[in-house]
Design a protein around this ligand. Structure first.
Ligand SMILES: [Zn+2]
Length: 160
């Protein structure tokens, strides 16, 4: 994070997982959830990060966390693609690929774009409030303070 705004890591050695994340995702998997990561990587489109570095980060992620799929939008905002969040394109293609019922799914994210995409796709949305100093436009169904807290909520089945 720099200046109250989050930035994606650009070097493999800067890529870190937040505490409790592998354990929380493991609990979701044991409960029978399919776990799909959807990520905007515009630094690829801007030529700031080679796609191979992002792929290496995702390999590192998959080695630590039992995710079923990682879907990447590599485009710049001005390319106007259908996959870049806040558009729901990556959720829709993941649903098609994995036969996911989006209305029975959760979208967890820490940015407005995650929540807007999740709402557009019909998911129950959880915003992880990291107190980024960017204006908030999205309306999450629920605000939590961390991914593990969100996972506890999901596993308790307290969705309204
Ligand atoms: Zn895209």
């Amino acid at each position: 994070m720099r200046g109250g705004k989050p930035y994606a890591p650009r070097r493999l050695q800067d890529f870190r997982l937040l505490p409790g994340v592998p354990k929380a995702v493991g609990a979701l998997k044991r409960a029978g959830f399919l776990v799909v990561v959807v990520t905007n990587q515009p630094d690829i489109g801007h030529g700031l990060v080679p796609a191979s570095v992002v792929q290496a980060m995702h390999a590192k992620l998959r080695a630590r966390i039992a995710v079923d799929d990682i879907r990447v939008c590599p485009h710049r905002q001005d390319e106007g693609c259908a996959c870049r969040k806040p558009k729901p394109g990556m959720l829709i293609t993941a649903a098609r690929r994995w036969k996911i019922d989006l209305r029975r799914s959760y979208m967890v994210g820490d940015r407005d774009g995650d929540i807007i995409a999740g709402n557009a796709a019909g998911c129950y949305t959880l915003l992880i409030n990291r107190h980024y100093s960017e204006p908030r436009r999205a309306a999450p169904a629920r605000i939590v303070r961390s991914l593990p807290a969100g996972v506890r909520f999901i596993l308790a089945g307290r969705k309204s």
